[in-house]
Design a protein around this ligand. Structure first.
Ligand code: NAD
Length: 258
């Protein structure tokens, strides 16, 4: 059944009726923490050119790498805190309703909020990896080197190029993470998509796979998405407010049923 512009309470009913819920999140869940998304009205792509952020350009263009490290250093001085939407997903996990969070985000805010099982499809900005020997280390180590004057740090073990632990355009997604994400999505009975434009593939294939496997899809997003038509329910609004209210309603419904 399609309920256009549903309410938090209607979403709560769907959640309370589900056996296993899997969350699928995007940049929109973190905008209320102060991190801009890509495609929203204030998104990053309104200010910088996405075509620059390819793995090819990173490997070939030392000027681009120097610029990227400078941007990362600037961002690393800012701290971000999880918001009500991240915390609501933790609450649902602790109630035994939510089995995992599949995220396109690279900010680590789900883990910071206390989510136990987080599948990061696009990696994490909290790590740095060597493109040659694949060694992964905490980003702070590279940031300290850049702050000390190395504009384009290379791997201390093998001399290879160092890059943020995030997946750039043209890079493959981590196979084991993607495999588990599809498996979890295909075995849940409700997939809750929050703060994603649902246009980035292969990630956006995950909610579609869930629906094909028989799950319901609920979408919480500020703007329409191309998957609204296959959703059982779409709530248009700010993720923090909607999910905070939803958790309150789920608690009330569970109380009424026991
Ligand atoms: P996107 O930018 O394509 O879409 C974000 C969606 O969230 C938009 O439709 C926007 O309307 C909606 N939105 C914004 N604020 C919202 C709010 N408070 N409540 C509800 N909805 C809100 O992001 P995406 O779908 O995640 O895909 C793009 C890529 O963005 C991913 O690959 C991800 O790696 C990357 N990204 C991540 C971060 C992060 O980690 N925080 C930030 C920027 C981009």
């Amino acid at each position: 059944m399609l309920w256009p512009m549903a309410t938090a309470e209607e979403l709560a009913h769907l959640i309370a009726d589900a056996r296993t819920v899997v969350a699928f999140t995007g940049a929109g869940i973190s905008t209320e923490s102060g991190i801009p998304d890509f495609r929203g009205p204030q998104g990053i792509w309104t200010k910088i050119d996405p075509n620059e952020f390819t793995i090819d350009n990173y490997v070939r263009n030392p000027d681009h790498r120097r610029r990227v490290w400078k941007m990362r250093i600037e961002r690393s001085t800012q701290t971000y805190e999880p918001n009500a939407a991240h915390r609501a997903l933790v609450d649902l996990e602790r109630m035994g309703i939510l089995s995992c969070v599949i995220t396109q985000n690279i900010d680590g805010l789900h883990q910071q909020a206390g989510s136990g099982r987080v599948l990061e499809l696009h990696g994490s900005w909290r790590t740095v990896k060597c493109l040659s020997c694949e060694r992964v280390e905490p980003a702070e180590i590279a940031y300290e080197r850049v702050a000390a004057g190395e504009e384009d740090p290379h791997c201390l073990a093998c001399g290879g190029l160092l890059k943020s632990g995030t997946v750039s355009f043209g890079e493959s997604l981590p196979e084991d993470v993607v495999e588990e994400a599809f498996m979890r999505a295909e075995s849940c009975d409700l997939l809750l998509a929050v703060g994603s434009s649902l246009v980035v593939y292969p990630a956006a294939g995950i909610p579609i796979a869930a629906v094909r496997a028989g799950a319901r899809l609920a979408i919480v997003n500020a703007e329409p998405t191309p998957l609204d038509d296959i959703a059982s329910l779409t709530v248009r609004g700010a993720a923090g407010t909607v999910l905070f209210d939803t958790v309150g309603d789920v608690l009330r419904l569970r109380g009424e049923r026991t």
